[in-house]
Design a protein around this ligand. Structure first.
Ligand code: NAD
Ligand code: ZN
Length: 358
């Protein structure tokens, strides 16, 4: 039994299934002309259990970390694929988190100008956020996601029990994106996630399914009609302007979704200083939801304003001389501005240091 929905894409439509039992894995291993690429950590945990039916010759085990989300690792993968008899009729099945998704998705979209691709996300971040949206991204010279393509998988199989083995920093990282999406969904979703947070953080199965399903629905709503990210979809970058910069200045010691929480705190402070967000709402969101979800603390060096500003200047979504920022405003509306000044960044970071980062 699985819950499912279809997503329209200008490249090709695709289906997302939320699975309650693991039979889908055996069905995937029965497909012809398939190569499985499995995150090494996932393989170590599930190689002799859930994933044991994947035949040796059809699998590549890939060690991943954010430093390896680059063209060299993609080349490694091409090397493991080009000698196989299947060419454009090859199906790549990726099993892992958002990093494995980005590496394998980029490879699947470029090898032979595109092969079949199925994705089995195994982290909260990948299940609740990155598995839909058709973006593949690689880092370039230490800066986030500067290279990439638009290429959705043909199918996504979400199996929430995978989340039970995630380490806390990775689970809380995914939770950052879940919180972001629920804030973007409006006040009712904000209240819902505030109520549900303890159950989700306890990894209670029913709470996980609801959080994943609702996060994907909200994301889909922002994406529809703007797959290629020229308008409304851009607002999903909420938390990411500062967040990406912090990933860079911390040398990726702060996981992506944790950096996004920090980014939301900072963006809300700028919005408050611009009188776009009431102080009470800013503080309420920070104290009930954002701060309790932040378990990885950046080093003082990573929070150095000059370094963060320099990293923000590398953001690919920036168009002019000033910095770009997506902010939440009252009534849970979102706006993107292109006129953020260095002074505003400095004062938001100072307030953040004082209030929240001890
Ligand atoms: N393409 C997109 O649309 C998109 C969207 C959001 C984020 N991202 C990218 O996703 C990446 C972050 O993804 P992530 O948070 O999934 O990180 P990740 O892929 O690094 O996974 C986190 C850690 O968990 C391990 N792991 C994976 N599944 C596991 C499991 N079931 N049990 C135990 N350990 C497991 C991994 O080996 C890794 O060490 C970032 O690079 C970010 O830029 C991409
Ligand atoms: Zn993100």
């Amino acid at each position: 039994m699985s819950l499912g929905f279809s997503i329209h894409s200008n490249i090709h439509d695709y289906d997302v299934f939320i699975e309650q039992t693991p039979e889908f894995i055996d069905n995937l291993t029965a497909l012809p002309l398939t190569c499985f690429v499995v995150d090494e950590n996932v393989w170590k945990i599930y190689g002799t259990t859930l994933l044991r039916s994947i035949p040796g010759p059809s699998r590549i085990i890939l060690p991943i970390n954010e430093d390896r989300k680059n063209l060299e690792t993609v080349q490694e993968l091409y090397d493991g694929l080009v000698d196989r008899p299947a060419k454009r009729n090859l199906t790549l099945v990726s099993i892992g988190g958002g990093i494995l998704q980005d590496i394998t998705g980029f490879a699947a979209s470029t090898l032979y100008r595109g092969i079949h691709w199925i994705f089995v996300p195994t982290t909260l971040l990948a299940q609740a956020d990155s598995c839909i949206g058709s973006k593949t991204s690689l880092n370039y010279r230490g800066y986030k996601n500067l290279i990439g393509t638009f290429f959705p998988p043909t199918r996504v199989y979400i199996y929430p029990p995978f989340l039970q083995s995630l380490l806390d920093p990775d689970f809380y990282s995914g939770f950052g994106e879940v919180v972001k999406l629920h804030l973007m969904g409006g006040i009712d979703f904000f209240h819902q996630i505030s109520r549900q947070a303890p159950d989700i953080l306890q990894r209670e199965p029913a709470a996980l399914v609801t959080a994943i399903r609702d996060s994907l629905k909200i994301k889909l709503d922002f994406m529809s009609g703007d797959e290629f990210d020229s308008g409304r979809r851009n607002l999903l970058n909420y938390g990411h302007d500062f967040g990406h910069a912090l990933e860079n200045t911390s040398d990726f010691a702060v996981p992506h979704g944790q950096a996004v929480i920090f980014g939301m705190l900072a963006a809300n402070l700028v919005a408050r200083n611009r009188n776009l967000l009431d102080k009470n709402l800013e503080q309420g969101i920070a104290e009930t939801l954002l701060i309790p979800s932040l378990i990885v603390r950046p080093s003082p060096q990573a929070l150095e304003p000059r370094l963060l500003i320099r990293a923000m200047q590398k953001d690919k979504k920036r168009t002019g001389d000033l910095l770009a920022l997506v902010m939440m405003t009252n009534d849970f509306n979102f706006v993107r501005v292109n006129d953020l000044t260095s002074d505003e960044v400095i004062s938001a970071l100072a307030a953040l240091q004082q209030l929240y980062v001890h």
